[in-house]
Design a protein around this ligand. Structure first.
Ligand code: IMP
Ligand code: MG
Length: 178
């Protein structure tokens, strides 16, 4: 893997395609064991989680549904702290077993703002699955039920994650070069 140039920044290879796929298989196995006969509803948070959601969902062997919601709290490489819902949730959450899919949990602000909206609709259960987690960046602590990879507090792109909209279209994850 070579360096990756995205807009004005340079990124270096960080997590390989093989590692990403292996970690996804591991959490899919846990989900398949836990959700037999529960018909879970996955709620994937766009835009960043679309590749993770697709690859994870392919590994899910229990009956399951998936839907997508768009939330945003980022501009450039900094969290703005303002969470905007731009596409609402159209699925019925009441009495469903919900698994929220995130690309990355950074400060936790996005889910801290969004989860109460789900809890209000009285799901049967609510769990969080994330591809990446930056524990050092936590502002709002969350219980993360399924975490693929914990990473240091450094900006990353690739595999769905963006820098100002660009850099999503890679199979690997790259880290901002010092
Ligand atoms: P949080 O609300 O601070 O937890 O941030 C969550 C959202 O910020 C994620 O869903 C991403 O869209 C975005 N984000 C956080 N860290 C990064 C990063 O390193 N690269 C790209 N996007 C990020
Ligand atoms: Mg996101």
């Amino acid at each position: 893997m070579n360096e990756l140039k995205v807009l004005d920044k340079t990124f270096v290879p960080f997590i390989s395609e093989a590692t990403i796929q292996e970690k996804i298989k591991e959490i899919a196995a846990l989900i398949n064991a836990e959700y037999q006969d529960k018909k879970p509803l996955f709620i994937s948070i766009l835009n960043g989680s679309f590749m993770f959601a697709a690859d994870l969902f392919k590994q899910v062997t229990v009956d399951a549904e998936i839907c997508f919601i768009k939330l945003a709290s980022y501009k450039g490489t900094q969290s703005t702290g303002h969470v905007i819902t731009s596409i609402g949730l159209d699925s019925n959450v009441k009495d469903r077993h919900i698994i929220v899919l995130e690309d990355i949990i950074d400060t936790g602000k996005t889910l801290h703002s969004f989860l109460p909206q789900l809890v209000n609709q009285q799901p049967a259960s609510l769990k969080i699955a994330t591809l990446l987690h930056k524990p050092e960046a936590t502002v709002h602590p969350l219980t993360i039920d399924y975490c693929c990879i914990s990473i240091p507090n450094k900006f990353v792109v690739g595999y769905g994650l963006d820098y100002d909209g660009f850099g999503r279209n890679t199979k690997e994850i790259y880290q901002l070069k010092d």
